[in-house]
Design a protein. Sequence first.
Length: 590
Amino acid sequence: MGDRVQRPNSGLSRLYDGFLKSDKGIYRRFFGMIRKTKLPFVWLAVYIIIRIVLVKFYIDVTQYTAKMFSGDVNFASIIVPFVLYTLANAGLSAVSTFISWVCIARIDRNMKRMVWRKVISLPLSFFERNKPKELISRIVSDAEQISQLIIFVFLEVAIQIYSLWAVLTQISSYDGRLVWSLIALFPLFIVISVVLGKLNYGIADTVNTKNAEFTRNLSETVGHAEVVKAYGREEHEAKRSQRRIAELYRYSIRNSWIGQLSGPVFAITTAIEFIVIALVGRHFLSSGVISLQEWIAFFAFSANIVGVFSAGYWSSFKAAQGSVNRVSHIVAQTEERTDGIASDSLHGNIVFEDVSFFYGEHQVLSKFRASISASGITAIAGPSGSGKTTLLNLIDRLQTPDSGRITVGGIDVADYAVAGYREAVVYIPQNSVFFAGTLRQNFLYGVRRESVPEDELNDALRLAGAYDFVRALPGQLDYELGENGSGLSGGERQILVLARAILKKPRYLILDESFSQLDADRKTVVWESIRKIAARAAVIVVGHDRQTIAHANRLLLIEGGNLIDSGTPKELFARSERYRRLIGEEEEKS
Ligand SMILES: Nc1ncnc2c1ncn2[C@@H]1O[C@H](COP(=O)(O)OP(=O)(O)OP(=O)(O)O)[C@@H](O)[C@H]1O
């Protein structure tokens, strides 16, 4: 928990930090991501049509204004149309703003749906590599930022280009040279926009990263408040948060500072532009090339063009680049394969054929070979960290071998359709995880049948030894559990997980020291159930406690990721000193 807080650099280097942040392949990834998000095309089309009409209104209103300012104040031909256009402009603008927000809300919703579906279909290794709490907080804010990017930047830029074209066409109708005097100023605006955009990206990305880290840290600490209190670390945690809050504050101030930089910078460019326009306009007006009305219209149109550049589209685009990167990174991940052989043909021994497996650089299994019988109870025993859970994860396809393969009935497990496979192979991990909701919802979690008769639920509860305590709960199966299944003891949760596994009628049941929190009586009941399950299914259980040894038909002894012996518990006890040491018999004898 003793983390190091990275302090921001000082002075100008902060500016360059942000300036240097750039990313290759961003456009390709962006469009790849957009292709997978359902866009609200009808709403977008309506929005674009209204905006095109508004551009036309804008050009007409500017010309009427110019006519008025040049002295033409005819009521019927100038003032009435001017007022009508202005009213229609205001009404349509309101409608277009509303539609733009509808488009954003829809894209945001569709993108969250798409990303969430993607995330939940990714292999476990993705969640191990990425910090899940940080990831979730980012998906929520990033999707919104990208939706705004699409509407307020990409679409808006396209509309502004159209508007620019319409305005320049109008100006060229006065005199083509006026257009070139404006175009000559464009490079200046573009360079300034790009520089400010780069600065914006760097700082906005850092602020988002710091925010996500902060949220992850807080939710981790709050989620384990009992540990904080038990170790008396309240003060430490308060100080740690304060450091992060102070750091966030510094970055936010820097963000605002850079955000405000664009105002004065564009004011200077506007002044330059004003001087150029005024000089060009005066020259053309005095030489009689354009009329007074055209000169006023030219001036108004030119001011609008600077407005387009100073609107900060490039800055907004760069600020959203971090969001695009994160979401597109998720979208580019490969999902777990869902197609494959139906689980009906899933029968036979589970065989590890030269399986090697790494967690990052750390090799856990090296050409591991073993066979697990398709019937009876097979126990996997070995010291802590020897790779037992990893073997179970590989059987349940939560992890995939880096080389070699695991077969069931001679077929690679990767070739079975994963949903059916996990329906037939039921895995009860070390921690029995429950979610907030009723006991019934948790009990039926992952049971794919449309409905399960009440009698069958009760039979499963009886078989697992859970019936009596569930009856005693207020509301029984409708008993409400809190976050992470709080409201039940650890042992009660373990029994309920077994009852749930019974409902799934597994062909292979995998248990990872799943009953460590039960008292001796309850363990006896649980083992009775396991024996009944083993009469029609293969049971693979990690552990070397007395009950496991007493019930196992066969035992695999693992050490350092290698199978060092296998046989019946009796055989191993007779011939293996390592085994005897492992189960503590040696100590007892002495
Ligand atoms: N997610 C992970 N990332 C990196 N290393 C891991 C990960 N999970 C396990 N390991 C490492 O892999 C090795 C095997 O772990 P595994 O959990 O399979 O052992 P185990 O025999 O089940 O241990 P235990 O009996 O303590 O549960 C250990 O050295 C462990 O530190």
